[in-house]
Write a protein that binds this ligand. Sequence first.
Ligand code: 2BA
Length: 109
Amino acid sequence: MHLVLAIIQDADAAALLRALRAQAFDVTKLASTGGFLREGNTTLMLGVSPDRLGTLRQLVQDTCHARTRLVMPGTAITDQPDAPGAEPLNVPVGGAVLFVLTVDEFVKY
Ligand code: 2BA
């Protein structure tokens, strides 16, 4: 079994959860915050058998879209405070960030 952590944009969460439910994936939804933009996003935690990883990847690709966020310099966590005359920046976000981990043990009591 694998543990998949999928960090997605809030705007895509409902569509992806619907698609996952339709394909009988078990999922836990966590409210999370991006460290760079400091905006809310959604992290999904899924225990998935190896033969279903491909289907999961496809559902994520079909439902999670890349977008750009217009951010004032000084907003992101690593930025210096606003410089006078600073221009807003387009920051690309997503479609989705996936971590796929191997699970040593999966137990339900
Ligand atoms: P945030 O940390 O809020 O990052 C939002 C977007 O800002 C990122 O989109 C990326 O395009 C940009 N970005 C992040 N750090 C940057 C930096 N130091 N300089 C310039 N631009 C930067 P994504 O890469 O699609 O990431 C979306 C969200 O996924 C992130 O939100 C974060 O919550 C998570 N994430 C991405 N990579 C991660 C990683 N290696 N470990 C843990 N979480 C990650």
